[in-house]
Design a protein around this ligand. Structure first.
Ligand code: AMP
Length: 225
């Protein structure tokens, strides 16, 4: 099963992706997480990407597009994949649509989590990243995924690992830039959503992101097999 997920930063896309990954045993590919891993490891790719990410700008397409297209060919994608954070603009969408066609790879679902920009912004600032596993969602404002307290500090609710905030999540200017890109329906992410919604093959699942994590998940699962 191959799924594309869309939703503004803060819509709960990563949390829902982790739930879907677990249920269907497919690869959860997050473009932002790949970049952050490379930054953490100090690779050449990470060094190049960091300057864009910290400002909330997109990493250039000539770096991002091949990185993702190659990732889809890795062994763990045999059972399917859930792509999160890519495509982020119209050019990436058109390139991906063509690549999937050329490779004979079916896209089964386009999942869109719809969320108002102001709510998304509030949510971004409260999320925390587990140093051990990107699929351990933590958020200080949501009871269902609230970090736990250990020895006077907040740690991952799943594994007890240390938690980090992303620099681009605490910088209002960077958040605004990321949302400008997302809500742009001419060349940005909303334009990418339109490219995939217009295709004949995939089923479109559109859910309201204002509901609780459980309710959003239920709405998605109703549409998946
Ligand atoms: P995310 O974790 O999805 O919020 O991504 C964090 C940052 O990584 C973004 O603000 C961009 O700088 C970069 N990034 C992630 N995905 C893409 C993409 N598809 N194209 C360009 N840059 C990206």
């Amino acid at each position: 099963m191959n799924i594309l997920t869309f939703g503004p930063n803060g819509s709960g896309k990563g949390t829902q992706g982790a739930i879907i990954k677990q249920k269907y045993n497919i690869a959860h590919i997050e473009s932002g997480a790949i970049f952050r891993k490379n930054i953490g490891e100090g690779t050449e790719l990470g060094l190049k990407a960091k300057e864009f990410i910290d400002k909330g700008d997109l990493v250039p397409d000539d770096i991002t597009i091949p990185m993702i297209l190659n990732r889809l060919k890795e062994d763990d994608c045999e059972n399917g994949w859930l792509l999160d954070g890519f495509p982020r603009n119209k050019v990436q969408a058109e390139t991906l649509a063509k690549a999937l066609k050329d490779e004979g790879m079916d896209l089964d679902y386009v999942l869109e989590i719809v969320l108002d920009r102001d709510i998304a912004k509030l949510r971004i600032m409260g999320r925390r990243l587990c140093v051990n596993d990107n699929n351990h969602p933590n958020h200080i404002a949501f009871d269902a995924i609230k970090p736990v307290e250990k020895e006077g500090k907040l740690v991952c609710r799943v594994c007890g690992g240390d938690l980090l905030t992303r620099p681009d999540d605490q910088d209002e200017e960077a958040i605004n830039k990321r949302h400008n890109i997302y809500y742009d329906d001419t060349t940005g992410t909303m334009a990418a959503v339109a490219v995939f919604k217009s295709l004949e093959g995939p089923k479109v699942i559109s859910v309201d992101g204002t509901s609780s994590i459980g309710e959003v998940s239920e709405a998605i699962m109703k549409e998946l097999p």
